[in-house]
Design a protein around this ligand. Structure first.
Ligand code: FAD
Length: 467
């Protein structure tokens, strides 16, 4: 329905005008690739834009923003298309798709890298790891660098090297008026503060510049599995074990049914398990010593924590989060893994239905906490643990039941909620966005929005309205 309505609204001659100078590709409803190009990672999102502008460079982004402003089309901006609530595609508007903008330049001398806005995490890792370097970023290689960075960016290296934004040096950004500006500590510093956590509210970032850190190339990494019934004990042991862990260690605890991956023995497939997934980014021998007590605790049914290339570890979760499955997530930070929290978590995890559903708990802390909370728009540097309660099904079948499980679980944890990471919000309304930043930062972000986007041109995001 929305397609028909929007087709009627957008003047074909205006699109032809745009096309004459556009270096990338314009995809309209009815074009052979339209069906594929409007899809985003989350298969439960089904939206039909009036136009998809696949930008080849900055000039295309500027042209697309000006076109939208002239025609009154709503803009959604697409980096990697991995927003859980599908914010990078809209009904009846224009998708400014940065996907083709894949340029990456690594300078091993200065240990910096520049990456364009269509780069995916695995693409950046591949280029930086050629020099034994990396930007700390997320845990699934097909996630977009753009959206992840603009929200903050958490991942396997966060405890050692901080959030993705903690290594960000500068961005180039196209404003609501179609002007290109740079934001860094030296140029437009308040804007630079805002893009480090404030998402796409202030403009379209076309290029990022990062500082690089030495990483690997070999790390000690991978999961250790126990039957989920052992989780109450495993989680209590884990809580004490990580209490004094060095920043080289980052862990994610996952409750789920064991996936049918090549390294998981067939007899475990589909069995409820708890896994502690480790990534030790220091010397492998030190990691082995540190991880030994965990390996020896209880009766693990699989130990796949081994020395391996960092690139291989980065791709470990890829098959568990493919494109087109149906996803729904509710997230919260929780300060401590108290006995109560552990008991709720395990009790609810034992009720997981779908063989795809997963409930990861991220260990926070380390380098993230050594940047002051006030220094960036990202909020929650002192959050203890980030919970992602994620429903996953291969199609619509069984999705609702799984989503109800997520909501019930999330509500049961309500007394322990201590903030939320903006990139893990669904479409949860203004109040939740305000909660994600807290009142002071939210007001500062609003002032910034008034300065750079008073008309709320960039609103198809976790929106901070100007008024
Ligand atoms: C499988 C999976 C794994 C994930 N793992 C992690 C993880 O390890 N760590 C983590 O921190 N997060 C993670 N996330 C969350 C992720 O950070 C967000 O979903 C993020 O928005 C994805 O960025 P994207 O560019 O792919 O998304 P998109 O859907 O393209 O964009 C997301 C939002 O950002 C805006 N946007 C995108 N690019 C730009 C730009 N260049 N300029 C302005 N606005 C822009 C969009 O308009 C939209 O509002 C994961 C998500 C998924 C689906």
């Amino acid at each position: 329905m929305s397609t028909i309505a929007s087709e009627a609204k957008v003047d074909a001659a205006a699109i032809d005008g745009l096309e004459r100078s556009f270096r990338g590709q314009l995809v309209r409803p009815g074009d052979p690739t339209y069906g594929e190009r409007r899809r985003v990672w989350n298969g439960s999102i089904d939206r039909s834009p009036a136009l998809i502008a696949r930008c080849a460079g900055v000039a295309d982004v500027i042209a697309a923003v000006r076109f939208a402003s002239d025609t009154g089309l709503v803009i959604s901006v697409r980096g990697g298309g991995h927003s859980f609530p599908g914010l990078s595609v809209c009904d009846g508007g224009i998708v400014i798709d940065l996907g083709p903008m894949k340029g990456i330049r690594v300078d091993p001398e200065t240990r910096t890298a520049r990456a364009q806005a269509g780069v995916l995490l695995g693409e950046l890792d591949r280029e930086t790891q050629a020099f034994g370097l990396a930007v700390p970023a997320g845990i699934v290689t097909h996630t977009g660098l753009s959206g992840l960075t603009l929200g903050g960016g958490i991942g396997w290296l966060q405890r050692k090297h901080g959030l993705t934004i903690d290594q960000l040096l500068a961005v180039d950004l196209v404003t609501a008026e179609g002007e290109l500006v740079t934001a860094s500590e030296a140029q437009n510093p308040e804007l630079f503060w805002g893009v480090r956590g404030g998402g796409g509210n202030f403009g379209i970032v076309t290029e990022f510049e990062f500082r690089l850190n030495q990483v690997g190339p070999i790390v000690l990494a991978g999961p250790i599995f126990w039957p989920m019934e052992e989780s109450p004990n495993v989680m209590r042991f884990y809580r004490d074990w990580i209490a004094d862990a060095p920043d080289d260690l980052m862990t994610i605890v996952v409750h789920r049914k064991a996936p049918p991956l090549p390294f998981v023995p067939t007899e475990l497939h589909g069995k409820l398990v708890v896994a502690v997934v480790c990534c030790y980014a220091g010397a492998v021998e030190d990691g082995e010593k540190l991880v030994r007590p965990l390996r020896e605790f209880g009766s693990p049914v699989l130990d796949a924590c081994v020395p391996k290339p960092f690139l291989e570890h980065q791709a470990m979760f890829d098959p568990s989060f493919p494109h087109d499955w149906w996803y729904y997530m509710r997230s919260c930070d929780v300060a401590e893994l108290t006995d109560d929290v552990i008991d709720i978590a395990v009790d609810r995890s034992l009720q997981i239905g779908s063989p795809r559903t997963a409930f990861p708990i991220w260990q926070m802390g380390g380098a993230i906490t050594r940047v002051s909370e006030a220094d960036t728009a990202f909020t929650g540097r002192h959050g203890g643990f980030t919970f992602n309660i994620t429903a996953m099904t291969e199609s619509a079948e069984g999705f609702e039941a799984e989503r109800d499980w997520v909501r019930g679980f999330w509500s049961a944890l309500e007394p322990y909620h201590a903030g939320v990471y903006v990139n893990f919000l669904m479409d949860e309304g203004d109040e939740r966005v305000r909660e994600a930043y807290g009142p002071d930062k939210y007001d500062r972000l609003k002032a910034l929005k008034r300065r750079w986007d008073p008309g709320n041109v960039f609103r198809h995001n976790q929106n901070i309205p100007p008024d």
